[in-house]
Ligand binder design. Structure first.
Ligand SMILES: NC(=O)c1ccc[n+]([C@@H]2O[C@H](COP(=O)([O-])OP(=O)(O)OC[C@H]3O[C@@H](n4cnc5c(N)ncnc54)[C@H](O)[C@@H]3O)[C@@H](O)[C@H]2O)c1
Ligand SMILES: [Zn+2]
Length: 357
């Protein structure tokens, strides 16, 4: 039996195939005229393995930076495709992480009113999260993810062997991101995560299992709310507080780790508002701590942090819009005032992260 996940989508169903040798599978799939968009770093690391895909095809290498995920970054790629006879029935093949994914998905969605694309996600964040869900955003100047839509690939080939070249921090970041799926899902799901997170941090077989389970949880939600108009919002749990940490530290704290800290802050605010008890909050924190253990949390000046937090495009008035929790599997959107109580929780949390408590 194929090891796969099928996701229903407004476009058509698409498939994640879990394989041990994605380049070989892709070599059987790729057709004349298809063009490859590949992260330069990944190409340099895996050139030999990728040879069957890149030979005889138009290959465009991209630098995985936020600057390149932009109109200016996309323009020469589109020009190259058109000049080299890329046609509507040809496909784009993306090989890389979230940046390569967003650039390719965005181009696929606009070129000739839409062409098909295939994705080989090569890092943990893209394998456990971004590869499904259809979102396609590029940046506009300094404004992140402002332009795009929903345009899923036809096929995703998820191959854990590409994770071998990731450093420990990226594994931790991926596990931080994955934690939010399990927490939002249920008490049962989070218990499983708790039990295996240490093995996953050591890149044991549990890592593969958690990747699959994260995608299975996300699949169920995107099939209910692909366009993120309601229920899917709960996946922003930890993200408002986390994005502000990423922004403040200029991405020194990577996304998944910022989300892990962000979930802990959301939990602390939930305790303050009487939504959950301390015991639950400590239970979750002790697991998240295992993930962020090696991270040096910087000094954060609260006022500047709050200014960044307020910039979230979903805020209205003086309150901030965040996801809070009434328990495991019970997250919801709320607007809360930035008052003394709110600020005091932030101060305590940041101090504790710095002191590695
Ligand atoms: N479309 C979506 O649904 C979605 C979801 C989440 C994030 N994103 C976007 O994705 C981007 C962040 O994603 P990301 O962290 O995957 O970024 P990324 O593509 O920049 O990858 C991170 C780094 O890992 C390197 N890398 C990739 N595979 C590797 C491998 N196998 N070995 C060694 N290094 C490897 C890349 O070269 C890069 O330096 C952001 O722009 C974010 O907005 C999109
Ligand atoms: Zn995230």
């Amino acid at each position: 039996m194929k090891d796969e996940l099928i996701i229903q989508s407004y476009r058509k169903p698409y498939q994640v195939l879990f394989v041990e040798d994605a380049p070989a599978v892709l070599a059987g799939e790729i057709r004349e005229g298809d063009a490859v968009i590949v992260d330069r770093k990944v190409l340099n690391l895996y050139r030999q393995k990728l040879e069957p895909i890149i030979e005889d095809h138009l290959v465009m290498e991209i630098e995985a930076t936020e600057d390149h995920k932009s109109y200016d970054g996309v323009r020469p790629l589109i020009q190259n495709l058109i000049e080299n006879g890329f046609k509507k029935n040809h496909r784009l093949i993306a090989i890389g992480g979230g940046i390569t994914q967003d650039v390719t998905a965005f181009m696929a969605s606009i070129l000739y009113r839409g062409v098909n694309w295939i994705f080989l996600p090569t890092n943990l964040l893209s394998q456990c999260d971004s590869c499904i869900g259809s979102k396609t955003s590029i940046n506009f100047g300094n404004y992140k993810n402002q332009i795009g839509g929903f345009y899923p690939p036809q096929l995703i080939l998820s191959d854990p062997s590409f994770l071998d070249t990731l450093d420990d921090r990226e594994i931790r970041s991926g596990l931080g991101e994955m934690a939010h799926y399990f927490l939002v899902e249920s008490e049962e799901a989070f218990s499983r995560y708790e039990q295996v997170v240490e093995e996953a941090l050591e890149r044991g077989p549990a890592l593969k299992e958690l990747i699959r389970e994260s995608l299975a949880i996300k699949k169920r939600m995107i099939e209910r709310d692909e366009f993120d108009e309601g229920p899917r919002n709960v996946f922003n749990y930890g993200h408002s507080f986390g994005h502000a940490i990423e922004g403040y530290t200029q991405y020194e704290i990577p996304h998944g780790l910022a989300v892990a800290f962000g979930m802990d802050i959301a939990n602390a605010q939930s305790v303050r508002l009487g939504l959950i008890d301390e015991k639950l909050r400590h239970r979750v924190r002790s697991t998240l701590c295992k993930v962020w253990k090696t991270v040096d949390f910087p000094e954060i000046e609260i006022e500047r942090y709050i200014t960044i937090l307020r910039k979230d495009k979903k805020n209205v008035g003086t309150d901030v819009r965040v996801i809070l929790t009434r328990g495991l599997g019970d997250m919801y959107i709320d607007r809360i005032a930035v008052d003394e109580g709110f600020v005091s929780i932030l101060e305590t949390c940041f101090k504790e992260y710095q002191e590695k408590l």
